[in-house]
Design a protein around this ligand. Sequence first.
Ligand SMILES: [Zn+2]
Length: 397
Amino acid sequence: MALAAGPEAQMGKLVITNIGLLLSGALEAPLLDADTIIAEGGKITAIGKRADLDTGNARVRIDAHGCALSPGLIDSHVHPVFGDWTPRQNQLGWIDAFLHGGVTSMVSAGEVHLPGRPRDIVGLKALAITAQRAFTNFRPGGVKVLAGAPVIEKGMVESDFVELAAAGVTLLGEVGLGTVKAGYEAKEMVAWARKAGIQSTIHTGGPSVPGSGYIDADTVLEADADIIGHINGGHTALPLRQIRCLCEGCHRGIEIVHNGNELAALTAFRYARELNQMQRVILGTDSPAGSGVQPLGILRMIALLSALGDAPAEEVFACATGNTARMRKLDGGLIEVGRAADFVLMDRAQHSAGTDLLDSVRKGDLPGIGMVIIDGIVRSGRSRNTPPADRVPEILA
Ligand SMILES: [Zn+2]
């Protein structure tokens, strides 16, 4: 299969037919009864059965050959710096590697690995605004990186948050990575941020690397950030009873990450299911981190939580797509008319013990990705990072 020419050649109508399984990204109805999707101008315009849709005049036509299609995966927790480089592990091309793991959008939890990162207030604001601009203007591999997430420090006042919001900043970096570590201090700044329209995430658990901090459940609850960042630690987790308190004691996002404690991940996931709070569960990698860069991290979390958390794979895919898009206010994440045409096409990996894609994930295997599409544009063909699948989509025209 040859990829179509550059993005410009793909503008116009995109038609994908012969979809064998359509994952919606919505927890309440995770599977859709349709085999065809049409997109125009980077947005989904129709979903249904091929015979019922106008599939003519396509600029790009894709035969899914029976593969499954999911909304592009969203990594809720990354630490980008600039471009497609990370100084944490001195790696180039890490975001493009994530594209080959099905990730079409990423959310920054702070550009904390920048060598010499400014910690004075004017400096941290300048960095956040610069990162927001830089990743808006440059998408490595086509991946949408929502960045510009300042790490709050003591001495910030309400007008700082108003100024950041006016400049286009929509996120805070993980609360607790700077000098603001006490619950009462964090609470005041999180509230200022929320009032200004800026979303917040708090670091949870032990310090990640030297220089980072310890945040317990009482502090998380008092700070009341929108997202309980890595509830399973990054890597050191809180005692499991504190994780239970976090699930029961508030309604904020329950973010489970790859770069965390697996037992705590499964425990938080099971609590959320038991409490009927699955709509709060979102997934991240927290990479680049001390443990490295995990291009298949979101897929690995989906397989881990489905297999060991005993949950239908399609529901865990919804956590990694629709849930995250809703909580992070992103334009993708759901197969719905008007949403961004961000798709992953995949199938059961060759020789998996599972009978089909969902069964293979439920058995702990990773799917084989055959194509990734962002804003209606084919960004990669068969993944260089996942195991190969039997079936691979094909560009017909
Ligand atoms: Zn953290």
